[in-house]
Write a protein that binds this ligand. Structure first.
Ligand SMILES: NC(=O)c1ccc[n+]([C@@H]2O[C@H](COP(=O)([O-])OP(=O)(O)OC[C@H]3O[C@@H](n4cnc5c(N)ncnc54)[C@H](O)[C@@H]3O)[C@@H](O)[C@H]2O)c1
Length: 318
């Protein structure tokens, strides 16, 4: 009998998969207190993990653990060194969330560019007849967008951008030009040089030493005053204080942020008060459809692993 520990609740469709199997038991835990979790981890064979941080100490306490199955694609909340040392498989729900994140990028780009808050407020405040006094908004049509990071999400996003007739540039040193051209994008090699021509920038990179503070004051000062940044990847990609300063000094027009360097962000993070920023609480994947897909896939990955047929694309190379 394999025991699956589900840390933080997932969609019921995932649980249903376990109920159908006689050879699995499961427990869902919402209490994230370390000693409580250590006790629960002791005898489990698999963990389904949302955003909770599974550190070295917790992984080491899970003596029988064979697989950590992320509910999502990022894995910066897992201690990779210990996972590798203990020969534990790390799986992600690789096919579940690209479409949802890419739609969220459009939700943010359109909301900022087409003045969603301003128009809504205008009508509610009874100012309909003063609409000619409002600031004019911007179309996405024929604008330059730079997609930084051309993996699962970047590749989904480009299709939507092409549908809006945008000119798409791609920065990803690890993806060849032929692939980018095939998707209808133009590969750029020098990020800081090309950034000055962009109307939109959207980040789809992992959090690494290389991507940390990719957006800083120097880069921001070289951008168009009308440029809009969207970050649905990881907060560390953008230096938040520099972004706040750049917005206040009108170096760029606005930003849409789903992710933050620290989550939840501190209440004194100046971006929370900055009216030029459109915010969401790391909810790019919080659609009904995507939540169900991730809930199903995080459990299916565990079942497939023990059945010896886990799809390679779901496994993170450690
Ligand atoms: N906001 C959310 O809810 C949410 C949901 C899903 C994914 N994410 C995050 O979005 C990011 C992208 O996810 P994905 O599924 O597309 O990942 P992916 O692994 O498929 O793609 C990442 C891409 O980034 C590229 N890359 C790596 N280092 C780079 C660098 N220094 N410069 C440029 N490109 C670089 C890689 O070559 C790869 O093509 C991840 O950070 C993930 O954690 C966030």
């Amino acid at each position: 009998m394999k025991k699956v520990l589900i840390i933080e609740k997932i969609h019921n469709s995932g649980i249903e998969l376990l109920k159908k199997r006689q050879d699995f038991t499961y427990e869902i835990v919402e209490n994230l207190e370390v000693n409580f979790l250590k006790n629960k981890l002791k005898d489990c064979d698999a963990v389904s993990l949302r955003v909770f941080k599974l550190d070295k100490e917790l992984i080491e306490s899970a003596e029988k653990l064979k697989i950590i199955s992320r509910h999502g694609v990022g894995y910066d909340n897992v201690d990779l060194k210990t996972t590798k040392e203990k020969n534990i498989t790390l799986a992600i729900t690789a096919k579940a969330n690209a479409v949802s994140v890419a739609e969220h990028v459009f939700f943010m780009m359109l909301s900022i560019s087409r003045g969603v808050g301003m128009y809504d407020k205008c009508v509610r405040d009874g100012n309909f007849s003063k609409r000619n006094d409002l600031q004019l908004t911007k179309e996405l049509w024929n604008k330059n967008i730079l997609i930084a990071g051309f993996g699962r999400i970047g590749k989904n996003l480009i299709k939507k951008c092409k549908g809006f007739d945008m000119n798409v540039f791609v920065y990803d040193p690890y993806v060849d030009e032929e692939t980018i051209t095939r998707f209808g994008g133009k590969k750029i090699n020098d990020f800081s040089k090309n950034v000055r021509d962009m109307d939109y920038l959207s980040f789809h990179l992992p959090s690494t030493d290389e991507t940390k503070n990719l957006i800083n004051l120097k880069v921001l000062s070289s951008m168009k005053k009308s440029a809009i940044l969207i970050n649905t990847s990881r907060g560390t990609v953008i230096n938040e204080l520099d972004l706040n300063e750049a917005l206040n000094k009108n170096m760029i027009l606005g930003a849409g942020l789903d992710v933050f360097a620290k989550e939840p962000p501190d209440s004194n993070n100046p971006l929370l008060k900055n009216k030029k920023v459109f915010l969401s609480p790391h909810t790019s994947t919080f659609t009904e459809e995507c939540t169900e897909r991730m809930g199903v896939d995080t459990i299916q990955n565990i079942i497939d692993f023990f059945d010896g047929k886990l799809d390679k694309s779901m496994i993170v190379k450690l």
